[in-house]
Design a protein around this ligand. Structure first.
Ligand code: UD1
Ligand code: UDP
Length: 372
């Protein structure tokens, strides 16, 4: 039987990090041929990941524009994907998560009548504006997908409750697979020399659209208060390159003692810094999943999370974006060792590092069932 062509579509940093282990697994599986199409919804942040994992791309739509709107991004993606499906025929398309690349990739696959496999399926807040536009993106992908790779039993249960009963697999999250690569690689970033050996390091990231403006200001105020009150605390904040964010961060946090602002870090450096950190302050999805593997408490800069498994496990806590709640969340972990210990658990409800293998086995079964 001829090898099945699996088109793997991704375009942003988190998708690349979480698809990389799967591409590697597909590459070493006989009977399956991965074809990697990057949309480059992100450019340099995507390239950082492709370089580290040494992923060869067969197609690069190169669509990123400075300050792109959701409208222009979606339109450019759909036009780009039309060419991809005109140029060849695929047996399966894999998309990841909840970005606009994933949503339009799935839509384009549907137009081409190619089956869709959704990696990281079934995450939900059931609030259509939080996260925005990701919550609706993942719901739409769930509607069109033929195979759903749910990271946890809870995400699978959401899909079942939505009557997506066919081909749901609980696989774990491939982001945890990626950590097997990154943590083995050396940490060489020059920031190491700037960090104090005896400090309590807070790793901070914040980029979500719903946090732009006032919410972000509340968080910045909280961080500045903590820095003023606690001389042992240092903050490292690798800033997402979105112009809206960069400007806000520069205005509020630049020049502050013990707040280290950097550009986006290579994932290897980010994971090594996470390992060195005392706690993590973030609105990132991927970081909520990764930090429990390293036993780091995560204060989530959101009112709700689609990763409640971490809240139940005790490793994540939603502190929102109000200055007082963020500040008291941080200070509790700095001053109450019992509260710290109860969150600093190296147990990860999101995966055990073998998700890619499970996904590839499910794909093999899927093709076998089609033959039978
Ligand atoms: C996107 C995803 C979001 C995900 C995030 C991960 C959508 C709608 N949003 O949001 O779900 O959490 O990626 O980081 O799909 N930029 C650069 N260089 C880069 C990347 C971005 O300069 O390598 C700048 C560009 O000006 C770009 C802007 O950031 O226009 C916004 O990028 P975009 O992908 O539209 O939105 P994100 O906020 O990154
Ligand atoms: N990350 C990275 N460098 C950074 C910040 C984050 O490599 O400077 C990694 C992080 O470890 C995680 C992923 O990027 O694997 C998360 O991406 P992001 O926060 O941009 O998106 P989200 O997960 O919220 O969609």
């Amino acid at each position: 039987m001829s090898s099945k062509k699996v088109l793997v579509v991704f375009g942003t940093r988190p998708e690349a990090i979480k698809m990389a282990p799967l591409v590697k697994e597909l590459e070493t599986t006989s009977g399956l041929t991965p074809v990697v199409c990057v949309t480059a919804q992100h450019r340099e942040m995507l390239d950082q990941v492709l370089r580290f994992f040494d992923i060869k791309t067969q197609m690069d739509l190169n669509i990123m524009k400075e300050g792109q709107s959701l409208y222009s991004l979606s339109a450019d993606l759909l036009k780009g994907m039309e060419k991809v499906f005109q140029s060849d025929r695929y047996d399966l398309v894999l998309v990841h998560g909840d970005t606009t690349t994933a949503c339009i990739g799935a839509l384009a696959a549907y137009y081409a009548k190619v089956p869709v496999g959704h990696v990281e399926a079934g995450l939900r807040t059931y609030d259509k504006y939080a996260p925005f536009p990701e919550e609706m993106n993942r719901e739409w992908i769930g509607r069109v997908a033929d195979m759903h790779f749910a990271p946890t039993p809870l995400s699978a249960a959401h899909l079942k409750a939505e009557n997506r009963s066919a081909h749901i697999y609980v696989t774990g999250n491939t982001g945890i697979d990626a950590m097997k690569w990154t943590l083995k690689a050396p940490f060489r970033h020059p920031i190491q020399t700037k960090l104090r050996k005896d400090s309590r390091l807070i790793l901070m990231t914040m980029h979500r659209r719903e946090n732009w403006g006032e919410p972000m200001k509340g968080v910045f105020e909280a961080v500045k208060c903590v820095i003023r009150k606690h001389p042992e605390v240092e903050v490292i904040y690798p800033v997402h390159p979105n112009p809206v964010l960069k400007e806000a961060v520069a205005q509020e946090l630049e020049g502050h003692e013990r707040i280290h602002l950097t550009g986006p870090l290579d994932v290897v450096d980010l994971h090594h810094i996470m390992q060195r950190a005392y706690l993590v302050l973030t609105d990132s999805g991927g970081i909520q999943e990764e930090a429990p593997s390293l036993g780091k408490p995560v204060l989530v800069l959101r009112d709700k999370t689609e990763r409640p498994e971490g809240v139940t496990a005790g490793t994540l806590k939603c502190v929102g974006t109000e200055r007082d709640s963020v500040q008291s969340g941080i200070e509790e972990l700095l001053t109450d060792q019992e509260a710290y210990r109860s969150m600093a658990k190296a147990q990860n409800p999101f995966g055990d590092g073998t998700a890619s293998r499970r996904i590839v086995s499910a794909i093999q079964q899927f093709f076998q069932s089609q033959r039978g």
